[in-house]
Write a protein that binds this ligand. Structure first.
Ligand code: NAD
Length: 441
């Protein structure tokens, strides 16, 4: 089976590589010439654990190739996956410009029956638009070709994307023809052998499933952040409360960690896109609007604590920031809470020393130019008044506190991810601030 993946970002490159890994012929197509040239040299546009090796293996075996030429690539393809970005438009709705551009290209160049599968996260009704755009392009050519559309939303997590793709919790596929179902069943067979389920459904339900999943996950985070903020006011400790509620299997222990707000390229935009869709249907999704609002506020929580601790006087003070990406094990800086914290600190006249194990190069495109990027965690706290833990990378979990004290000026730690034990930090002579608990000295 020959597969075309259009868009070689986090989703497209992982999908293409993992499908090549099971023995299919895959061509990853992108409009970004530099990305494609680099991929041919083994330089990946993104960081994803385990991906580089898989790309290299499959590229060397000739199963995986890269191109900017859709017309030449598409010959003989059975399945074309659309994996381009769907960024938020100005009003928060999903911008389908890239998806529909690809649909037009597909209609312009296909020569045989193919299944066009949308993997990008798209609002309900997009498959119909994709179908119409392909049909319009075929019409323009005066060609009558059968084709199918399908929806196969992607649930991979950045930082664990390869594993998630190879061992999925579930695969969701929306189809409207038996022919498409048969082909996609065959394609995904190797991934479901170990009991991972594949759910076929109608296309609108598949499109909706992706948004509902991300909206639910974002809701858990904002809910816990709300609880954490109240814990601080009433004198409770959210770390205890979390354990207390998580032991109820109806609630569960996963994804109920408070922090400094969710970021990344998915939750913020998908939550907004979903309530925007609801607005189009004159339905008010009150919970999701609150989820979004709580998250916007939560990104300022650490700064407020810092400001209060230093009595509003941050001018001329230096802060050491550990972690920049929106979560560990990725270089993705889109909507990262670190960016807001950086802006607020700089606005207040502070100096920011920042270190991230992987995302520093990417961060340079996103962060204010005044941030000073340093080579390691110790350099980030040299002369700093406070250490700010922003992303819970494994290497920050058990630092050498004596070494830190020997270079740091102040003795305060603001832990935006609650990875340290307040008691341990206080015993080391620091004042500790977490999320959802009282400061400890
Ligand atoms: P990305 O921005 O990393 O990559 C998109 C790629 O598409 C870019 O390389 C871009 O050059 C390319 N592209 C744009 N227009 C094109 C065109 N006309 N032809 C060919 N290539 C084109 O995006 P991403 O993070 O991989 O996300 C892609 C989609 O998958 C989005 O809808 C996103 O919401 C969804 N998604 C993302 C994740 C994630 O964790 N990143 C997870 C699940 C779903």
């Amino acid at each position: 089976m020959k597969i075309i993946i259009v868009g070689t970002g986090y989703v497209g490159l992982v999908t293409g590589t993992c499908l090549a890994e099971i023995g299919t012929e895959v061509i990853c197509v992108d409009v970004d010439q530099k990305k494609i040239d680099n991929l041919k040299k083994g330089i990946l546009p993104i960081y994803e654990p385990g991906l580089e090796q898989l790309v290299e293996n499959n590229y060397n075996k000739g199963r995986l190739s890269f191109s900017t030429d859709f017309e030449a690539s598409v010959k003989g393809a059975s399945v074309i996956f659309i994996a381009v970005g769907t960024p938020p438009g100005e009003d928060g709705s999903a911008d389908l410009k890239y998806v529909l551009q690809v649909a037009d290209t597909v209609g312009t160049y296909i020569e045989d029956y193919a299944i066009v599968v949308t993997k990008s996260t798209v609002p309900v009704g997009t498959a119909k638009k994709v179908k119409a755009a392909i049909a319009a392009a075929l019409d323009k050519r005066g060609v009558d070709l059968p084709f199918d559309v399908a929806s196969n939303p992607e649930f991979l997590k950045e930082g664990a994307a390869v594993d998630d793709f190879l061992k999925p919790d579930r695969i969701v596929v929306g189809v409207e023809s038996e022919r498409a179902k048969e082909t996609l069943t065959k394609l995904y067979q190797p991934f479901v052998l170990n009991g991972h389920p594949i759910y076929f459904m109608d296309i609108p339900s598949a499109e909706m499933t992706k948004y509902a999943a991300n909206a639910m996950l974002a809701t858990k985070i904002s809910f816990m952040n709300d609880i954490a903020n109240l814990c601080e006011l009433v004198g409770a400790d959210v770390n205890e409360v979390r354990k207390g509620i998580g032991s109820d299997p109806r609630i569960g222990t996963r994804f109920i960690y408070p922090g400094i707000g969710y970021g990344g390229s998915c939750f913020p935009k998908d939550v907004k896109a979903l309530f925007h869709t609801a607005d189009d249907y004159k339905y008010n999704m009150r919970i999701l609007k609150a989820v979004d609002e709580v998250n916007d506020d939560q990104k300022f929580v650490l700064f407020k604590k810092i400001e209060k601790h230093f009595n509003g006087d941050l001018k001329g003070k230096t802060f050491g920031m550990w972690g920049l990406s929106f979560k560990p094990n990725t270089d993705d800086m889109r909507e990262a809470p670190s960016l807001i914290l950086i802006d607020e600190l700089l606005k207040a006249g502070a100096t920011v020393l920042a270190y991230d194990p992987i995302a520093m190069e990417e961060a340079k495109h996103f962060a204010d130019k005044r941030v000073i990027f340093v080579k390691d965690a110790i350099d980030a706290v040299k002369g700093a008044e406070a250490l700010l833990l922003v992303t819970e990378w494994p290497e920050f979990r058990l630092p050498d506190w004596n070494k830190i004290k020997s270079v740091m000026h102040g003795r305060v730690i603001f832990d935006g991810r609650n990875i340290y034990q307040a008691k341990t930090i206080a015993a080391e002579g620091f004042t500790y601030y977490g999320i959802g608990s009282q400061p400890k000295t």
